[in-house]
Design a protein around this ligand. Structure first.
Ligand code: FE2
Length: 191
């Protein structure tokens, strides 16, 4: 056993079923409903109305059994469902890594993108099946479904990176992504 390994983590295989996003063996599954994205969408009236009416699931994250601890490389499969709130496309909450470390996203199904923001500069990366998006240390990141089918991607990240959601709520995300008659429109994020 490696000097870094803590039982019971040993080398192991993980099966991925892309149509369902399921991992086997699997760790926890996180379900985010629209109400869990308070403060994320620009149109507050549309948000409150849709939460009160249907409060749909916006995305889910299935994690592997690899723990979020230093030196490990956990993975997760995120599925963002198609849809929008006040024409703003369904998104993840977005986060910054409290411990600045890089991450990769790998497109599995559907079409989407990553908004990246380092507090000054902003970037958009198109992600589709087979494409890798690289998130450098220090860049907050949020994923968007730009299509009409579920958008799935694999994330691989350092286990000690952490997730700071408050950073995005306080500093914004650089861009907002909207649907305009089936086309993606990026607008500047106004705090
Ligand atoms: Fe991340």
């Amino acid at each position: 056993m490696s000097q870094y390994a803590k039982p019971p983590i040993q080398p192991f295989e993980i099966s991925l079923d892309i149509p369902t996003g399921a991992l086997s063996p699997a760790g926890p599954t996180l379900i985010r409903k629209l109400s869990d994205l308070e403060g994320c969408f620009e149109n507050k009236e549309a948000f409150q109305s849709e939460v009160a009416q249907t409060n749909p699931i916006v995305y889910q994250v299935i994690s592997s059994l690899v723990p979020e601890t230093a030196r490990e490389l956990p993975q997760s499969i995120t599925t963002i469902y198609p849809g929008s709130c006040g024409d703003e496309l369904y998104m993840t909450k977005g986060h910054q890594h409290p411990d600045p470390q890089g991450e990769i996203y790998y497109g599995l199904e559907g079409t989407g993108g990553i908004i990246l923001f380092d507090g000054k500069e902003k970037k958009w990366l198109d992600i589709s099946p087979g494409k890798i998006g690289y998130i450098p240390p220090g860049w907050a990141h949020r994923s968007i479904n730009t299509g009409s089918t579920p958008y799935k991607f694999l994330a691989v990240y350092p286990g000690s990176a952490g997730h700071d959601y408050g950073w995005v709520l306080a500093k914004g995300m650089g861009f907002r992504a909207f649907d305009s008659n089936g086309k993606l429109v990026l607008k500047d994020f106004v705090i």
